[in-house]
Design a protein around this ligand. Structure first.
Ligand code: PMP
Length: 355
């Protein structure tokens, strides 16, 4: 049976990315060796990193003066690496969900942390209103897409202080004005690659100001200077990232990704709003185009498990909501197809007819 993958991450990748990566795993560039067996310093691998970096720069229209680096450790490592490099005295954090909160917790190891805005009291069902940003912050940290709660800030904030964003779950899904940011980071396992690599876009002239001795691996300058080759990088994930960036460009780039994201989300939210069984969990103006969260209406609560079983029987995977929210979550990253979204909508309609 055909599967429709709505996993929140690691998540669906374009078929050709998987096939092309698989080919290189069997035989890297006709070398007779697997991509899994080569040295990251093999002459054929540097062009992989170089092309991946240059495609990211091209697709996001990254201005001069920024570096793109690939690290391990996930976005979770960035929760501490960002403050280690940029927190001098005091940083501001927008508490928009679980991941933002985790980032804030790690920053407290390095200095004073101010919660500039929060929607915790409303169980993160909307984006916090960001106003009155103190002007003495070393930076303001935001999470542009809240993967668990399904809220998204789909525009670039004007901040009076350096802006740093966790874009793990919506990077490459829209054009971004990178010049507004000091750093952008993303665990790549949603819109960019298989799991195992983290992408960091960093403004070069903001580095080297931290008033602390940084361990070599934690200092971004190490990785900028060595072109992400200070230590052994995650070779296969980086290759899959290159293939995904080639795919993204061939499809029309981030503008086209943005158009598709709007189209998919409109189809799904329209059905959630129409169908008597379901309701969205997020205020309309904060709704994410990437992670579409919904629950059973109260009078149909008992149908939650049966609907999941019904959807599973139709080939849907990963539609169960995060354990901290319950209900359902359909993740619609770049590789998600209209066909997949229509299949889910049809399942919702057919299930409604039965009840
Ligand atoms: N930030 C966001 C917005 C995420 O969605 C996730 C993971 N789903 C993380 C951070 C943590 O990423 P990682 O698992 O790569 O550490």
């Amino acid at each position: 049976m055909k599967k429709y993958n709505f996993n929140a991450g690691p998540s669906m990748l374009p078929r050709e990315v998987i096939e092309n990566t698989a080919k290189q795993i069997l035989d890297f560039n006709g070398s007779g060796l697997s991509l899994m067996e080569i040295s990251h310093r093999a002459p054929d691998f540097k062009p992989v990193v170089d092309e991946a970096v240059s495609l990211i720069k091209e697709l996001l229209d990254i201005p001069e003066g920024y570096s793109v680096i690939f690290l391990g450790g996930g976005a979770s490592l960035q929760f501490m690496q960002i403050p280690a490099n940029f927190l001098l005295k005091k940083a501001g954090y927008v508490n928009s969900g679980t991941w933002a909160k985790k980032a804030m917790k790690e920053a407290k190891h390095f200095g004073e942390v101010v919660e500039v805005a929060s929607s915790a009291d409303d169980n993160y069902t909307h984006l916090p209103e960001i106003k009155d940003i103190p002007s003495d912050l070393d930076y303001l940290h935001i999470c542009t897409n809240n993967t668990i709660f399904g809220t998204e800030l789909r525009k670039d904030l004007d901040a009076p202080v350096p802006l740093i964003a966790d874009m793990s779950s919506d990077i490459m899904s829209r054009p971004v004005d990178v010049s507004k940011y000091t750093a952008i980071y993303a665990g790549a396992q949603k819109n960019m690659a298989m799991a195992g690599v983290t992408v960091i876009i960093v403004k070069d002239d903001m580095l080297g100001k931290a008033p602390r001795e940084l361990p070599t691996m934690i200092d971004y300058r190490t990785h900028v200077e060595k072109g992400s080759m200070f230590n052994t990088p995650p070779v296969v994930p980086i290759y899959s990232l290159l293939e995904t960036m080639r795919w993204c460009k061939a499809q029309g780039g981030v503008k086209e990704m943005d158009r598709r994201a709007h189209e998919r989300a409109r189809i799904l939210y329209d059905e959630i709003d129409r169908n008597k069984l379901f309701r969205g969990t997020v205020e309309e103006s904060s709704r994410s185009l990437m992670n579409i969260c919904f629950v059973m209406n109260d009078e149909y609560k008992d149908l939650e498990k049966p609907f999941l079983e019904f959807a599973t029987s139709r080939g849907m995977v990963g539609v169960k909501g995060h354990r901290s929210v319950g209900g359902f979550r359909a993740s619609c990253y770049n590789a998600q197809t209209i066909e997949g979204v229509n299949a889910l909508v049809q399942a919702m309609k057919d299930f409604e007819k039965e009840h």
